[in-house]
Design a protein around this ligand. Structure first.
Ligand code: AMP
Ligand code: MG
Length: 422
């Protein structure tokens, strides 16, 4: 069963609470969101120095053959293989030096040339002998071990030919991608403009972190956490707004932000309590609600809608719920909207280091720590108890999220589970 199938497995064994609201399987919610997530159209050409985290909108092609010229892969001696064979145990005179950065020179017949790594191969040479396999005596060498003809030479164009495509559109530029661009001679790259994201926080109890807490207030975790998530993912945070728990204030802020942002992420107030005004406000604005309630734990009330040209992702207020739903749903949507290629959150299989108990219904994402490897070399992860959706601190020390499928009741120790690395 593929990874994506496990996430997509319908929450068939919904418990009573979940049956009251029809919850969408995680993968169906992701697909529905993806259908609304249109990539930003505008592109710009920018310097490679500022391009990390950006998404290519055009292929990067090699500006020259790579390597540009035949050169040595070793410090040693360049020679003609036939000359070395002929010399056998005898000596060969050294006729000069080829160093990196100098133009290639002809190799006089019957001689060897001192050569350094990356230096151009002298014209006429066909082999480089490592210096460790040579005995040098003043101006002569004796080859102790002659390699195959052609050894230790990096041939012109063996990595890439001029105009070869090095990276494809949709690639998000990592430091490795930046290296590939530089190696291809691309000093400027064409990328999509950055995704513009607005954050809208609601909750009358929220107080900025560090401020003195009045009775009944809590420090606002999500503003800092989500703006950090967005910035780490390469988006541009164009607005961060706090709004009271008021349907009218939320509707007005939603309308306003949807005109400026590609993606509006809301936090809090999306559940079904009397003080949860996000869904009624979305309806007031005329937003098209495509996902409303997902079979995910934590984060069940998460909602995805469209208002005008903007996608609206409404996350629950509990910090762990907000984080998990951002990682599982929000981030893949943002990658798609930034022009990237994604099949959902990155994940791999690990073994559980303990038996896990779970109430069947929703698939559950638990913060987990990688403990090491089992005898077969598989990674082993353990969880610190169940997910407490209000506790942000265990997230900080976890390595990722362990996914317990919706239909499991008990997962025995040693079973393979999907793991979403942080
Ligand atoms: P809500 O999703 O608005 O029903 O909030 C659920 C729980 O999360 C409540 O205990 C809120 O106080 C808490 N909460 C909501 N927003 C935040 C936030 N930005 N930071 C920390 N806790 C929050
Ligand atoms: Mg609230």
């Amino acid at each position: 069963m593929t990874v994506i199938d496990r996430i997509s497995a319908p929450a068939c064994a919904c418990d009573g609470a979940d049956l009251q609201t029809r919850l969408m399987p995680v993968n169906a919610a992701l697909e529905a969101g993806m259908a609304l997530a249109h990539p930003v159209a505008e592109t710009e050409t920018i310097s490679l120095d500022t391009a990390v985290g950006r998404t290519l909108s055009a292929p990067v092609t090699a500006q020259a053959d790579m390597p540009r010229f035949d050169n040595s892969g070793m410090d040693g001696y360049a020679l003609r293989h036939a000359d070395a064979q002929q010399a056998g145990a005898g000596t060969i005179p050294v006729s000069g030096t080829s160093a990196a950065g100098s133009p290639p020179r002809p190799l006089p017949s019957g001689t060897a040339m001192r050569i350094y790594t990356g230096a151009p191969l002298p014209q006429g040479a066909d082999t480089v002998v490592m210096q460790e396999h040579v005995i040098r005596d003043r101006g002569q060498i004796r080859v102790e071990r002659l390699p195959e003809p052609g050894a230790n030479i990096r041939r012109q164009g063996e990595d890439q030919r001029k105009t070869d495509r090095v990276l494809e559109p949709g690639t998000r530029l990592t430091p490795r991608g930046i290296a590939a661009c530089a190696a291809a001679g691309a000093g400027r790259v064409e990328v999509r403009r950055r995704l513009r994201i607005a954050l809208l926080l609601t909750g009358d109890e929220l107080c900025p972190p560090g401020a003195r807490l009045r009775e009944g207030t809590v420090w606002d975790v999500n503003a800092s956490m989500l703006s950090a998530c967005l910035q780490a993912d390469g988006a541009e945070l164009i607005a961060l707004r706090h709004v009271a728990d008021s349907r009218a204030a939320l509707a007005s802020a939603l309308m306003n932000l949807a005109q400026q942002a590609d993606l509006v992420v809301t936090s809090g107030g999306v559940s079904v309590g009397d003080r949860d005004h996000v869904k009624p406000a979305l309806r007031d604005t005329g937003a098209e609600i495509r996902v409303s309630g997902v079979a995910i734990k934590p984060g069940k009330p998460v909602t995805i809608s469209r208002l005008g040209d903007a996608l609206i992702l409404s996350l629950p207020g509990n910090p762990v719920s907000a984080f998990v739903t951002w990682r599982v749903l929000g981030r893949p949507l943002a990658v798609r909207m930034a022009g990237g290629v994604t099949a959902g959150p990155e994940r791999r299989h690990v073994r559980t280091g303990q038996a896990l108990h779970h109430r069947p219904g929703r698939c559950e994402f638990r913060p987990a720590i990688l403990r090491g490897y089992d005898h077969a070399g598989r990674e082993v992860a353990t969880c610190a108890g169940g997910t407490r959706s209000a506790h942000a601190v265990p997230l900080a020390t976890a390595d990722g999220l362990l996914l317990i499928p919706g239909d499991s009741e008990t997962v025995p120790e040693g079973d393979l589970l999907e793991f979403l690395p942080f």
